[in-house]
Design a protein around this ligand. Structure first.
Ligand code: ADP
Ligand code: MG
Length: 220
């Protein structure tokens, strides 16, 4: 599903170069549930952002389903970015001014999905997540756990092949975290969605099938 070959990333700092990721080689197969772990500042988010096309690597190759991402045309890249890959953030990143319903609908608007289809897709997800009664509430009226459910619903509505989640339970209590992790497990096993999560939690890592340790930008 995903292949990284010799990926490096640096940010220009002063006159030198600040290497954040160093010669990363990584294969993630379809159907895997991978946990990326490592100390703060080790490059976990940077790696996930590269996988999610939120950042460009400085060098190396990224192949998605065998195709080089950097040689895809703009349309294909956008399809990948807005469709095949769903991103879930630690701080949810919902749009405060939009309702639960509207937040979940957003990716479908970007994809120009017709109104009737949008309606049925959002309704299906609200139903599956038991959030029908909350559809007209705003993010500030929800608990953290409920906000993260909306974040996952928003990623899911575009029918991704892969979900990338950056410390998805980092702001949650352990009971809420369990709900989120069981949902990821169901999405992986039942919906066959490949999942890559960044986590500091050994408990969260037990939901996955593989752990990748990263330290100082190097996979251990
Ligand atoms: P982690 O998620 O493992 O905590 P990050 O990937 O967020 O680590 O960051 C790795 C390193 O890259 C840190 O030292 C961080 O300060 C640095 N970094 C992250 N983003 C930028 C940026 N946009 N510009 C410069 N340095 C950055
Ligand atoms: Mg991080």
């Amino acid at each position: 599903m995903i292949q990284l070959q010799d990926i490096s990333k640096h940010y220009p700092v002063g006159f030198g170069k600040n290497e954040i990721l160093k010669n990363i080689n990584l294969d993630i197969r379809e159907g895997e549930f991978v946990s990326i772990m490592g100390p703060s500042g080790s490059g976990k988010s940077t790696l996930l952002h590269i996988l999610g096309l939120l950042e460009e690597p400085s060098s190396g190759k990224y192949l998605f389903q065998g195709e080089r991402v950097d040689s895809m045309n703009e349309k294909k890249r956008t399809q990948l970015h807005r469709g095949a890959i769903g991103f879930v953030f630690q701080a949810y990143h919902l749009i405060d001014e939009l309702t639960v319903y509207e937040n979940i609908e957003t990716p479908l608007l970007y994809k120009n999905v017709p109104a009737s289809e949008r309606k049925s897709k959002v309704a299906d997800i609200l139903d599956r997540f038991n959030m029908v009664a909350k559809k007209d509430l705003f993010p500030s009226q929800l608990s953290g756990g409920q906000q993260q459910l909306v974040g996952i619903a928003r990623a899911l509505v575009a029918e991704p092949k892969v979900i990338l989640a950056d410390e998805p339970t980092g702001n949650l209590h352990s009971d809420q975290a369990k709900v989120i992790m069981e949902l990821f497990s169901q999405l992986n096993k039942q919906d066959k969605i490949t999942i890559v999560q960044v986590t500091h939690s050994d408990v969260n890592a037990t939901y996955g099938n593989r752990i990748i340790q990263i330290q100082d930008g190097i996979i251990q």
